[in-house]
Write a protein that binds this ligand. Structure first.
Ligand SMILES: *Cc1c(COP(=O)(O)O)cnc(C)c1O
Length: 334
């Protein structure tokens, strides 16, 4: 087994998946050892950001086999994102089959059980082909690239500090709810600024009123209220995180606490006893403090992961690595 995960940095694996859409139809896809590809300099993905992506992980179980987590949900969300970007969709079954083939061909790169590493899987679609004016591309490439990864934020259990960004990541009725490249290009400035100032990442407020928390960098935000409820924001410009969806389920059905999708006002952080960021890449990252307008709000759980966050993290990772029973058809074992 080749394990050389280096935080969240790319480690080239054996092969990538490549599939082309030409003349109105998908061609047969194939695995290719070359992870560099040549596309037209006039590709819409390069000029106009016609692109969508997904992110999921393969986890090594104790028995050596490999688990995929909620791959069907990534397949469906990818369809939503591609449709919004005026790109062809990939049937759910074909998406899953391509992910499986890519992971199996790269199974040496799924890190061993036991140290919270995994194989990150990045399916994506780009508009390619010769094109000048603003219009959907004449051709597309669907590809899947994988990489062994460790933790996304350095030191994954210590709560991190975040600061509120002055910038928005998405417009109120724009593309915030779909996983498309443009959102991330537009958030780089805010992220780099936060990191330069010593924060792990930035918090984005709602783009309409700038009073409520929306996202924690490229992850969803959740909190535990004083009344021991799991709370996460609801807004049309938030990306519907599969990790967050799973935590809501686990909070309700395993921790038996109330789940609220509602408003988290940035000036009412006293209502929260724990806060965190969640996503496939970030897994569950506890947030110890949020700095807003030069004032640092420190959560009660700021030195180590809070009680509920810890429980949710244990449940989620236990299911992902196959140590706990799959509660709801989330796991595909290869
Ligand atoms: C991908 C992503 C998430 C996390 O989604 P998961 O399905 O849990 O990986 C959250 N917020 C943004 C902006 C994202 O791009």
């Amino acid at each position: 087994m080749i394990s050389k995960a280096k935080g969240f940095n790319y480690v080239k694996a054996h092969v990538i998946w490549i599939q082309r859409w030409k003349n109105g139809a998908w061609e047969e896809g194939h695995l290719d050892s070359n992870d560099q590809f040549t596309i037209s300099g006039l590709s819409t993905s390069l000029h106009y950001g016609q692109e969508a992506f997904e992110g999921l992980k393969a986890y090594r179980r104790k028995d050596g086999r490999i688990n995929l987590f909620r791959v069907q949900d990534n397949a469906r969300r990818f369809q939503t994102s591609c449709e919004y970007m005026m790109m062809p969709t990939i049937p759910v079954e074909d998406f899953i089959a391509a992910v499986k083939k890519t992971v199996i061909a790269n199974q040496d790169f799924v890190p061993p059980y036991g140290n919270k590493e995994s194989l990150y899987i990045r399916p994506f679609m780009i508009g390619v082909g010769d094109n000048l004016g603003l219009r959907p591309a004449p051709e597309f490439i669907f590809s899947i690239i994988v990489s062994s990864v460790g933790s996304y934020f350095n030191g994954d259990v210590k709560p991190v500090d975040m600061s509120v960004s002055d910038y928005d990541r998405a417009a109120p009725h724009g593309t915030g709810h779909v996983k498309v490249g443009g959102n991330y290009a537009a958030s780089l400035k805010a992220q780099v600024k936060a990191r330069r100032e010593g924060y792990a990442d930035c918090i984005f407020l709602d783009p309409t009123t700038h009073t409520k928390i929306e996202e924690a960098g490229a992850a969803n935000f959740f909190g535990i209220t004083k009344n021991h409820q799991y709370i996460t924001p609801k807004s049309p410009s938030i990306l519907n995180s599969i990790t967050n969806r799973s935590l809501k389920y686990l909070a309700k059905n395993f921790l038996n606490i109330e789940v609220i999708e509602g408003e988290i006002y940035i000036d009412k952080l006293d209502d929260l006893i724990e806060a965190g960021a969640c996503g496939t890449a970030a897994t569950i990252t506890p947030i110890g403090s949020i700095t807003y307008q030069n004032k640092k709000h420190i959560f009660p759980a700021s030195e180590e992961m809070g009680h509920y966050t810890k429980k949710l993290n244990e449940l989620l990772t236990g299911i992902q690595y196959g140590d706990l029973k799959d509660p709801d058809g989330w796991i595909t074992t290869l």
